[in-house]
Design a protein around this ligand. Structure first.
Ligand SMILES: NC(=O)c1ccc[n+]([C@@H]2O[C@H](COP(=O)([O-])OP(=O)(O)OC[C@H]3O[C@@H](n4cnc5c(N)ncnc54)[C@H](OP(=O)(O)O)[C@@H]3O)[C@@H](O)[C@H]2O)c1
Length: 324
C-alpha cells in the first residue's frame, strides 16, 4: 500500500512516500480503507521520537482518519466491514490502509463527508472532554481559548458556544482571530500585544475568565493564568510553546485549579464519558451547531506539505490529507 514512511526519528523532511505491506487486524482491531486523515501537532512530535508512543520502524504517522471498514479482528462487534467510520489511531493514518482500536472507531452518519469525519475526532472530542468533564464549563461562564484558530482551539470556541458560554478567543494575528469570530467567538484578544491580559480584564469587567483552554503553554501561560478569575479552572492541554511551571501560590489565593486533560488517557479511564462526548458532538453537528473548518486538503503524495502547515504555524482549523 502507498504510505508515508518514517524509518528513523527526525523532522517532517526526513519522511518519505513509499510502499509498506498492508496491516492485518489483530484482536480488538479494525482495518480501515482510508479516505481522509488529518494532521495533528502530535504527528510532528511523534515523528521526532518525542511523543509518549514510539512506534516500531518503519511506520506511518497520522493519528486520526476516516474511511470504510475493510476487516475486523477477533472479538470486534462494534463495527463491521463496509461501514463508514472515523477513528482515533495509534499511528498510521497517512496511508491507504490503517489499523484502529475498535473502541476508538465510531460509525459516522451517511451525510458526513470523509474529509470532515477524518478531521473531526481529535479536534472536537479532545476539546470536548477537556471542557465538559474537566473544566465543567457552565452556561453563562466565560471561556478563554488560546490558539483559537488552531486544530483544537477552533473546536473549543464552537464547543464553548454550544455549551452556552461566553467565549474569548486568543490568537497571534488578526487574520486568525477573524476565523475564530466567524466560528462564534464573542470577544477577541491578540496575544502578540504584550498588554493582552489587560484586555481580558477589560472584557470581563475585572472578573477574569472562568475556564482557560491552553494548548500552547510557554510564555503565554503566565498571562493566561493571570486572566483566570476566582474559582477558575485552567485546562493544561498542550505544549506547542513549551512546558510551563505552575506557581502554586497563584492557585491558592484565587481558589484556582489547574488540571490536565488528555484524550489518550481519558479513553483508558473514562470510556463512558468519552462515548457520551462523541454522541453529544454528533448531535450538535446534526443540529448545525458545529461548523468543521477544513482550511487545506493535500493528496497523500503531498502529506509532508500538510504536516509543514502546522509546524510552520500557518494552519487554520484542520489540514486534511486525502487518500484516493
Ligand atoms: N490533551 C489532549 O487531549 C490533546 C489533544 C490534541 C492535541 N493536543 C495538543 O494540543 C496542542 C495543539 O494541537 P493542535 O492540533 O491544536 O495544533 P495546531 O492546529 O497547530 O494549533 C496550535 C496553535 O498554537 C499556536 N502556536 C503557538 N506557538 C506555536 C508554535 N511554536 N508552533 C505552532 N503553533 C503555535 C498557533 O496559534 P497562534 O499563531 O494564534 O498562536 C496554532 O494555531 C499540541 O501540543 C497537541 O499535542 C492535546
Amino acid at each position: 500500500m502507498r504510505s508515508a514512511i518514517a524509518r528513523a526519528w527526525g523532522e517532517v523532511e526526513s519522511l518519505t512516500l513509499g510502499d509498506l505491506p498492508a496491516p492485518t487486524p489483530g484482536p480488538g482491531q479494525v482495518l480501515i480503507d482510508m479516505k481522509a486523515a488529518s494532521v495533528n501537532f502530535a504527528d510532528i512530535v511523534m515523528t521526532r521520537g518525542e511523543y509518549q508512543t514510539k512506534p516500531p520502524f518503519p511506520f506511518a504517522p497520522g493519528l486520526e482518519g476516516a474511511g470504510v471498514v475493510a476487516a475486523v479482528g477477533s472479538g470486534v462487534t462494534r463495527v463491521k466491514p463496509g461501514q463508514r467510520v472515523m477513528a482515533k489511531l495509534d499511528w498510521g493514518g497517512f496511508a491507504e490502509h490503517a489499523l484502529a482500536p475498535a473502541l476508538d472507531t465510531h460509525v459516522i452518519p451517511d451525510s458526513m463527508p470523509f474529509d470532515i469525519a477524518g478531521s473531526f475526532y481529535v479536534g472536537y472530542v479532545s476539546s470536548h472532554v477537556a471542557i465538559r468533564w474537566q473544566g465543567r464549563l457552565e452556561p453563562g461562564e466565560t471561556l478563554l481559548v488560546l490558539g483559537a484558530s488552531g486544530g483544537t482551539g477552533l473546536t473549543s470556541v464552537e464547543i464553548g458556544k454550544a455549551m452556552g458560554a461566553r467565549v474569548i478567543a486568543g490568537a497571534s494575528s488578526d487574520d486568525k482571530l477573524a476565523v475564530a469570530k466567524a466560528h462564534g467567538a464573542d470577544a477577541l484578544v491578540n496575544y502578540s500585544d504584550p498588554a493582552w491580559k489587560d484586555k481580558v480584564q477589560e472584557i470581563t469587567a475585572g472578573k477574569g475568565a472562568d475556564v482557560v483552554f491552553d494548548p500552547i503553554g510557554g510564555d503565554l501561560f503566565d498571562p493566561a493564568l493571570s486572566s483566570l478569575g476566582w474559582g477558575g479552572r485552567y485546562l493544561v492541554f498542550g505544549f506547542v510553546g513549551g512546558i510551563p511551571q505552575i506557581p502554586a501560590n497563584r492557585l491558592l489565593v484565587k481558589h484556582r485549579s489547574a488540571m490536565g486533560s488528555s484524550l489518550r488517557y481519558f479513553r483508558d479511564h473514562a470510556r463512558d464519558k468519552l462515548d457520551a462526548s462523541v454522541q453529544e458532538l454528533l448531535g450538535w453537528l446534526a443540529a448545525g451547531k458545529l461548523k468543521p473548518h477544513v482550511s487545506a486538503r493535500y493528496p497523500l503524495a503531498q502529506f509532508k506539505d500538510a504536516m509543514l502547515e502546522l509546524r510552520e504555524r500557518r494552519a487554520v482549523g484542520r489540514v486534511v490529507v486525502t487518500i484516493p
